[in-house]
Write a protein that binds this ligand. Structure first.
Ligand SMILES: [Fe+2]
Length: 137
């Protein structure tokens, strides 16, 4: 069974972001697989790099949308993204420099942050767009 199973409640109602969140969670599952199977450090490094690259790509998509929609809560949302990027980068540095494996606790942190962020902060953005669109009609 997958580490994180996609649930309908994760959908924020914005197709592009929902699709990216599914990929994001798939990559987190791959990272967890690499860690839990003890497949060796180079696979963990690879999975972590893939995850970080996608994180940048995905956050950029959201941040471009904030500009497009003139989102009033963009600054707070960006802060959450920066916090996460800093954390993930520090995990990556640790893995590369000290030849450490990622702990399950670290991956659990990534999972918890991701789910909380989707259900809270990302949902808030989707609600904003929806209310704006309703208001425009
Ligand atoms: Fe976000």
């Amino acid at each position: 069974m997958a580490y994180i199973t996609w649930k309908e409640t994760f959908e924020i109602g914005f197709q592009l972001i929902d699709d990216q969140h599914k990929s994001f969670i798939n990559l987190l599952n791959e990272l967890h697989d690499a860690q839990s199977k003890g497949t060796g450090q180079h696979l963990i490094k690879e999975a972590l790099t893939k995850f970080i690259d996608y994180t940048h790509y995905h956050f950029k998509t959201e941040e471009d949308l904030f500009k497009l929609y003139n989102y009033p809560l963009a600054a707070e949302h960006l802060e959450e993204h920066s916090y996460f990027i800093d954390k993930v980068r520090s995990f990556q540095i640790n893995v590369q420099k000290n030849d450490l494996l990622l702990s399950l606790k670290t991956i659990d942190f990534l999972k918890d942050w991701t789910i909380n962020h989707i259900l809270g902060t990302d949902q808030q953005f989707s609600d904003f767009i929806r209310s704006r669109e309703l208001g425009d009609n």
